[in-house]
Design a protein. Structure first.
Length: 442
């Protein structure tokens, strides 16, 4: 195929999947006697049958018959893309999540035919091993995640690399979980987002826009501070560096920091609930601290930061289209289920480099849900006075989440939960997309 076709496909890839680079071939896949072959333990092995189109037709038919009405097809081992050809012949109009566990095949796929219609319409997203950059955005293909996807697995790769194929299946399940979590969040908070934002119209008109902060801290070190249990042992170090770096705290961590003499430059808040407003009510004095707040924040959470608030939105939900039409739009920060993700995105918007994390366990370190000194400390002490020890309270809170064990920074198993793992994965994905900065887990 002409080189300009591969270049055109690469441009379509870049436009559809910003920040996801086409991997450079490493020579593991070669065209031999009309068949694409991958290196196996005993030499090159053909990735497809002698009639690859017929093989793809059969695989697609079996997958879609097994999952009638599926709107998403997960393809593990896209190879040269014959599965996409088969879908076109069937007139199937759904979406495809391709998990390519053999990175060398991507260049081959891009050079084989014009894939622009698949990429430019958003019907196809390709996740490439080993990083699978872009996985955190894959949930968009699944809508509300109610229906399981149909699945096609390259049988040769399944035989050669069963562990990689299982990891790819787990990745598909993770993306589906992300879609379900997003849909549940929209159902749970949609009404409150709308009503709170409308209630904050005057503050939105009077206060700042997060977009005005873009680039104002270029190359300034930042520490993004969460309220994980490890924050307790980070406080002394944070006191020592708070005048040498921009301290960006999530709302949950603000009270613990201020009580320990660490004054954050910025506090970030997203959750619109009344319960979450407790984190910002009756804080120790911090007149120099700015609040970067989602427009739907509960009004009580905004009270102490009049004249020091910068608003943002996290999506194009109502009433933002209407507000923009009235000249009252604000910039956007990304949110992936946790205020920590928005705080990180703020550090990127500001231009900070390097970006360090503190208290960002995303795990139940020491079998605790939070650091000491957060707003829940008062609740814990009250119950402890009534005879329920704090460690028993923490165990009860942790029991609400099915246990998940993931390797920590030292490679040891850490107790966490599926939603926390999803937040971690999103953060890692964004870092892989922007390798120009230094990231550190403190």
């Amino acid at each position: 195929m002409p080189l300009d076709l591969a270049a055109a496909n690469a441009a379509a890839w870049a436009a559809a999947q910003p920040g996801v680079e086409v991997p450079a071939p490493a020579g593991r896949v070669r065209l031999v006697d009309g068949a694409w072959r991958v290196d196996g333990p005993r030499g090159p092995v053909a990735l497809h049958a002698r009639d690859p189109q017929r093989e793809a037709d059969c695989a697609v038919a079996a997958a879609l018959d097994a999952q009638p009405g599926a709107g998403v097809l997960a393809v593990i081992g896209l190879g040269p893309g014959y599965v996409l050809d088969a879908l076109e012949r069937r007139g199937w109009t759904g979406r495809v999540l391709a998990v390519e566990i053999e990175p060398d095949m991507v260049a081959t796929w891009l050079a084989r035919r014009d894939w622009g219609p698949w990429l430019s319409t958003g019907r196809l997203r390709v996740l490439v091993a080993p990083e699978f950059t872009g996985a955190s955005d894959g949930w968009r293909l699944f809508g509300d995640g109610v229906r399981e996807p149909a699945v096609v697995v390259n049988p040769v790769l399944a035989r050669l690399h069963p562990d990689r194929v299982e990891a790819a299946r787990a990745l598909v399940a993770r993306v589906l979980f992300d879609a379900q979590a997003n849909a549940e969040a929209r159902r749970a908070f949609g009404g409150r987002y709308l009503l709170n934002t409308l209630g904050n119209l005057r503050r939105l008109a009077e206060e700042g826009d997060v977009a005005s902060l873009a680039g104002i801290a270029a190359s300034v070190p930042a520490v993004v501070v969460g309220a994980g249990p490890s924050l307790d042992r980070n406080l002394d170090d944070l006191r020592a560096v708070q005048h040498r770096a921009l301290v960006i705290a999530v709302d949950t961590a603000a009270r613990a920091l201020l009580s320990a003499g660490v004054v954050p430059h910025v506090i970030v808040a997203v959750d619109p609930s009344e319960a979450n407003a407790r984190h910002l009510a009756d804080l120790p004095p911090c007149p120099q601290t700015c609040l970067v707040a989602e427009g739907s924040l509960d009004a009580e959470a905004l009270m102490a930061f009049r004249g020091r608030t910068f608003f943002f939105c996290v999506s194009d939900h109502e009433p933002w289209p209407w507000l923009r039409a009235q000249g009252c739009g604000v910039g956007r920060l990304r949110a992936w289920g946790s205020v920590l993700t928005s705080a990180f995105d703020l550090a990127l918007l500001l231009g900070c480099n390097p970006v360090a994390f503190a208290g960002s366990d995303l795990a139940f370190t020491g079998d605790r849900p939070y650091a000491r000194g957060v707003v829940y400390e008062e609740d814990w002490r009250r119950l402890a006075d009534w005879g329920v020890p704090m460690d028993a309270q923490w165990r009860q809170q942790l029991a609400a989440w099915p246990r998940v064990d993931e390797p920590d920074v030292a490679g040891h198993p850490a107790r966490t939960a599926s939603h926390l793992v999803a937040f971690r994965n999103w953060l890692v994905d964004q870092m892989q997309r922007d390798p120009s900065r230094i990231y550190a887990n403190a």
